[in-house]
Design a protein around this ligand. Sequence first.
Ligand SMILES: Nc1ncnc2c1ncn2[C@@H]1O[C@H](COP(=O)(O)OP(=O)(O)OP(=O)(O)O)[C@@H](O)[C@H]1O
Ligand SMILES: [Mg+2]
Length: 260
Amino acid sequence: MAIISTAGLARTFTTKRGPVEAVRGIDLTVREGEILGLLGPNGAGKTTTLRMLTTLLAPTGGAATVAGHDLATDPAGVRAACGYVAQSGGVDAQITVREELVTQGRLYRLPRARAGERARELARDLDLTELLDRKCGTLSGGQRRRLDIAMALTHRPKVLFLDEPTTGLDPGSRAGLWDLVRRLRDEHGTTVFLTTHYLDEADALSDRLVVVDGGVVAAEGTPAALKQEYGGSPDASLQDTFLAVTGRGTTPADAAPMTV
Ligand SMILES: Nc1ncnc2c1ncn2[C@@H]1O[C@H](COP(=O)(O)OP(=O)(O)OP(=O)(O)O)[C@@H](O)[C@H]1O
Ligand SMILES: [Mg+2]
């Protein structure tokens, strides 16, 4: 069953220098319980797509449903069904990890005692228990990322959107996050829609990949199918496959000489 489905989803930004067509018509479906990896070069439209699917940004074209709720007619239903970890998270530096988690629970209308309990559960799952009474401003990059994710899980969303969740994480924290994503899927049936520039991560974690380039879907399929189709063999590297899809191989012929 499709839990996310988009048809011609598009977003054009109006700027002083004219329109920027960030997303030019994306058609995709995600099955319930699937881990979908959204790949694409910088500026391809990944973050813009996630912001539309989480109702943070209104589409300028097309339509989408998330967990049965239409983006245009039932944005509150969409918001209740999804959690979102933005590419750069925003937490308040002055308050503690516990206060941040409790406040998030209260935003989702949990009674105070339940919000405190949920904060402890999330801290345990995200390995933040030791840090509950630390000010958010003192956390390391990886610790802060885990807090961002804990906050997005407060209301047990059916769909979790993660925009570059492991950027800046050390190898141990990254492995921990992969485990968490798999556990969310296996134990709670959560659908995970994530973007990443780490192709090893996309390969290891995703059931299916969608590659966007220039605001449209350039390729999609299981990692093995994409490697077969674009890399010539199911054992091709995802790096070579990605470069073949996006045409961004740097052969000496297209490398411009440096001017400085
Ligand atoms: N508010 C905005 N106003 C104008 N242009 C924007 C705005 N937000 C995004 N864009 C442009 O839309 C395009 C897509 O941006 P987006 O952030 O979706 O890319 P991305 O695939 O997430 O890239 P990255 O891998 O660098 O995070 C880019 O050209 C970007 O400059
Ligand atoms: Mg982005």
